[in-house]
Each structure stands twice: as structure tokens, then as C-alpha cells.
Design a protein around this ligand. Structure first.
Ligand code: GDP
Ligand code: MG
Length: 437
């Protein structure tokens, strides 16, 4: 996949001192291929890699930074930049402020209308009114009503009225009367872009002059999403994009393509069916997701500040020889504690995210771990194999823990040692933390 490929190509660069046309060419090719695989449009992938190349080549004076690290950073920054750089707001001025949803059927308009109403009510203290503008399917009106009930937001409907323009206009009048400060108009979609749908939504736009037209699109539809976005934008000149269903395993390449093709900001993402599964769009997070490689740059930055390189090298040797013991473990815990939340730090290492998910790594866990290790004799710390049943009991009593906790630590330690040995043979931590400088 994308992340493996990029990691491999960055690996190639890592050993080399400077970024040159030659050593960067292979990497760029990989990046381009990887982007295409993530559903990024061909032209955009090309432009993107050209930009990255230009930036990378301009950087070869920075001799203190190894190319691998620099490339990761350039690629990430460039991705984030392409997607808008910073998060975009929505316009909530006007009384009421009017927000119109547009998009194909099944893209998630109705769900997002509910999510947005909920967000504005809970987080911004607003009083939204939802408007059921999908008049063709009675089920669609019911769906919105159910959502409205769940979040305690009223839903404006007109049973039997088949004119969404009129409904929208009456809803706004009603909103003014009742003091609603935001009106969210849900609309009908079709399975494909068609003339009638476009005419209808254009007519609603003209009639209500919305503050925001949000184009809602299913991120799993990949390249199709880009074409749809373009057609809607040509007709509606919408203000922003909502990318739904990012909770699936989609890489999110559509975000990049849509943003480049229509040059409108992505404002929100939907991350689940539940009503709180809504996020403001963050370009840097999406860049991470597209790269799928963990936040390696900030890991390096963080680690370089705190991590003692000498110590790392010494550990590295011990790990390779498998003589890593509880004294080292203790030292390492202290190193890691200096770096902040362990889970955060370790999960930033590509491939390590899964490994740490199942480990017990909060601060309290550290306290117990330390207590247990301090209750070991120096000989036991040096050689954990000595720790038999009766020693375990003694350690448990001495540390104020219990035998289960001691057993768990010994087991975790054995696993950590195994994991570290594996890591030290491949992409080792020492090289990652110190050597990439
Ligand atoms: P509409 O036809 O554009 O109004 O789309 P709906 O809001 O009815 O959504 C279509 C389907 O997608 C529904 O089953 C929703 O529950 C689901 N859905 C919408 N947004 C999300 C999301 O962010 N994640 C997931 N997993 N499902 C979503
Ligand atoms: Mg709907």
C-alpha cells in the first residue's frame, strides 16, 4: 500500500547525504504512483511531485538534515498545503444564517444536516432549524424527523408540498418568527448528476441566497467524487465540501483531488453514522492519513529534543545482543516519560501503532512498573530469568502490588524485548530517533 511504498522509498533516501536529481527521482516516482493508488487525480499527482521535487532540490544546503526526513516533511507539508493549509470556517452571519446541502443521493446529506445541527447547538449555542427539502421520498422526511428528535432540533416539513423552493422560503419565514439563528436545508439527491436535480437546487439557491452551500460527498467514491464535485461546482459555485464516510478504510485521496480541481475548501468530515461523528477538516491530519505513515516528522522532532543519543546507541547494542534487562527498561521508561505520553510517542513510529494499542501504558502503569522493578534485586534486574515463583511473590509484596501485576510486567517485558529485537533488526528506533538527524 501507499504507506509501505513511501516508507521503502524514504528508506532508500535515508542513507544518503543530500537530495539530488538522481536520488530523488525514484522516490518521486513512488510518491506519484502511491498518490494515484490513493485515488488522487493523475494531473494533480504530477503537479504535486513536481512541486515536491522543486522544494526538495532547493533544500540541499541544509546538510544537517538527512534527505529521508526532509522528504517526508516536504511531502507532508505540500499535501497539507494543497488541501488548504488551515481549517476553514463556515459563515454563520445573518439572522438566520442559511446553509444549503447539495450532493448525490446516499452521499450523506441528511445525516450531515443532523450532525451539523447538533454541533451548532451543542458547541456554538445556536438554535438551528432543519428543513426537509427532499420531497420525493417520504422516507427521507421521516429520516430527518428522527434525527431532529434525537438531537432536540425542530424539523420543518410540509407534507404534500412538492415544491422544495417554496418549502425553503416558508421555512426561513418560520425560522425568523421562532427566532432560529441557523436554517439547514436538506435537499434531494439523485444517483447521478442530472439536469432536474441541478435545476432544482439552483432554484433553491436563487430563492434563499444561502450563506453556505455545502457539497456533501462520499469519500469512498474516489475519482467519481472529483467529477461530481466539478459538476456541482460549475452549476452552484458552492462554498465548501463535506467529506463523509471517512471512517471506512478509504485513504482520503479524494480530498486532495477535489480540493485541487474545484479550489474550494473541505470544511467538515463525517466519520461515522452516529450524530457526533463529525469533525472540522484538518489538512495536516488528512495529509497523515493519505500518507498513512504516522507522524514521523514530529516524532523525530520530539525525540531529538529529549532522547539521549549516546544512551540510544548503547541500548541499540544491547537490544541486538538481546541483553536488554530491567535496568535498561527502567532507564528507558525515564527517557520516554521525558518525551511525554508514551502511547503518543510510540504510535508515531510507523508500524508501531497496532503494537501499542494493546499495551497498558498510562502514567499510573509506569508507577507500578517502577515499583516492581525497584523491588527486584540488582541480580534479578540484570537477569530476569532468575525471577521464579517465590521471587515473584517477594517482589509483589515489596512493591505493594500483586503477583498478577508482577507476572504481567514480566510478560510485557519479554514481549517488549522480543519486539525491540525485531525493531532493532529492521527499522531500528535508534536510527529513527538519532540517526535521521
Ligand atoms: P443522503 O441521501 O445524501 O441524504 O444520505 P444519508 O444521509 O441518508 O446517508 C446515506 C447512508 O450513509 C446512511 O446509511 C448513513 O447512515 C450513512 N452515512 C452518512 N454519513 C456517514 C459517515 O460519515 N460514515 C458512515 N459510516 N456512514 C455514513
Ligand atoms: Mg437524504
Amino acid at each position: 500500500n501507499l504507506s509501505d511504498r513511501l516508507e521503502r522509498s524514504f528508506q532508500l533516501l535515508k542513507g544518503q547525504g543530500k537530495i539530488t536529481e538522481i536520488n530523488v527521482a525514484e522516490t518521486l516516482k513512488d510518491i506519484r504512483r502511491a498518490l494515484l493508488d490513493a485515488d488522487v487525480n493523475f494531473k494533480i499527482a504530477k503537479t504535486f511531485t513536481d512541486d515536491v521535487k522543486e522544494k526538495a532540490l532547493g533544500q540541499n544546503v541544509l546538510t544537517s538534515v538527512k534527505p529521508g526526513q526532509l522528504m517526508v516533511k516536504i511531502v507532508k507539508d505540500e499535501l497539507a498545503e494543497l488541501m488548504g493549509g488551515t481549517s476553514a470556517d463556515i459563515d454563520l452571519t445573518g439572522s438566520p444564517s442559511i446553509i444549503l446541502m447539495a450532493g448525490l443521493q446516499g452521499s450523506g446529506k441528511t445525516t450531515f444536516s443532523g450532525k451539523l445541527a447538533n454541533l451548532l447547538k451543542r458547541k456554538k449555542g445556536r438554535h438551528p432549524l432543519l428543513v426537509a427539502g427532499d420531497v420525493y421520498r417520504p422516507a427521507a422526511i421521516d429520516q430527518l424527523k428522527v434525527l431532529g428528535e434525537q438531537i432536540g432540533v425542530p424539523v420543518y416539513t410540509e407534507e404534500g408540498n412538492m415544491d422544495p423552493v417554496k418549502i425553503a422560503q416558508s421555512a426561513i419565514k418560520e425560522a425568523k418568527r421562532q427566532g432560529h439563528d441557523v436554517v439547514i436545508i436538506d435537499t434531494a439527491g439523485r444517483l447521478a448528476v442530472d439536469e432536474q436535480m441541478m435545476k432544482e437546487i439552483s432554484a433553491i439557491k436563487k430563492a434563499v441566497n444561502p450563506n453556505e452551500i455545502l457539497f456533501v460527498v462520499d469519500s469512498m467514491t474516489g475519482q467519481d467524487a472529483v467529477n461530481t464535485a466539478k459538476e456541482f461546482n460549475d452549476r452552484l459555485d458552492f462554498n465548501g465540501v463535506v467529506l463523509t464516510k471517512l471512517d471506512g478504510d478509504t485513504r482520503g485521496g479524494a480530498a486532495l483531488s477535489i480540493r485541487s480541481v474545484v479550489t474550494k475548501p473541505i470544511k467538515f468530515v463525517g466519520t461515522g453514522e452516529k450524530l457526533d461523528a463529525i469533525d472540522v477538516f484538518h489538512p495536516t491530519r488528512m495529509a497523515d492519513r493519505i500518507l498513512g505513515m504516522g507522524d514521523i516528522v514530529s516524532l523525530v522532532e520530539k525525540a531529538q529534543e529529549q532522547y539521549d543519543e549516546e544512551e540510544a546507541r548503547r541500548l541499540q547494542k544491547k537490544l541486538a545482543k538481546n541483553t536488554f534487562n530491567f535496568n535498561d527498561f527502567l532507564k528507558q521508561i525515564n527517557q520516554i516519560k521525558k518525551m511525554g505520553d508514551l502511547k503518543d510517542v510510540v504510535s508515531m513510529i510507523p508500524g508501531m501503532g497496532k503494537a501499542v494499542k494493546n499495551m497498558d501504558l498510562d502514567d499510573d502503569a509506569f508507577k507500578h512498573i517502577e515499583a516492581i522493578i525497584y523491588s527486584m534485586t540488582p541480580a534479578e534486574r540484570e537477569d530476569p530469568a532468575l525471577i521464579n515463583g517465590s521471587r515473584r511473590k517477594r517482589i509483589a509484596t515489596g512493591s505493594g502490588t500483586n503477583i498478577q501485576e508482577v507476572n504481567r510486567l514480566l510478560k510485557q517485558f519479554a514481549e517488549t524485548r522480543k519486539m525491540m529485537k525485531m525493531v532493532s533488526q529492521g527499522k531500528n528506533i535508534q536510527r529513527m530517533m538519532g540517526g535521521m538527524k
